[in-house]
Design a protein around this ligand. Structure first.
Ligand SMILES: [Zn+2]
Length: 129
């Protein structure tokens, strides 16, 4: 992958990271503002549901941020876009969806197949106990 492509991807990632951080800080601010409101909510399940949704979103953003940071780190170290298993280039299309991908699709699929086989083997062992 040429440097120009990596550079433009990097710019996209940095922008995304900044906007994610902004969203997070805004959510935190609205948390404080909404706290007194929440206490007045009669229907607790509504409040709980809202809280769960927010928590899920928070987790999602956190994960996104970690992924972006990982991708940026890999760009710094020059390993970005290279499969860790077969050392082939990971297609740009895949990197746009998963910038922190460390494996090409082939290796990823092999890994997942092995993992699920391992899981199945583990499960059948547990069944015997
Ligand atoms: Zn590979």
């Amino acid at each position: 992958m040429n440097l120009k492509t990596i550079d433009s991807l990097k710019k996209e990632l940095v922008e995304k990271r900044d906007s994610l951080r902004l969203i997070q800080s805004q959510t935190r601010k609205s948390d404080i503002e909404n706290e007194s409101e929440l206490k007045d909510v009669v229907d607790r399940s509504d409040a709980e549901e809202a809280w769960f949704t927010k928590e899920r979103m928070n987790q999602h953003w956190k994960l996104e941020l970690i992924r972006i940071d990982n991708a940026l780190n890999r760009m710094e170290s020059g390993t970005f876009g290279i499969c860790e298993d077969c050392e082939e280039e990971i297609p740009l299309k895949r990197l746009r969806v998963r910038p922190d991908a460390t494996l090409c699709l082939n290796c990823q699929e092999t890994n997942e197949r092995e993992a699920s086989q391992l899981l199945k083997a583990n499960q059948s062992i547990t069944l015997f106990h």
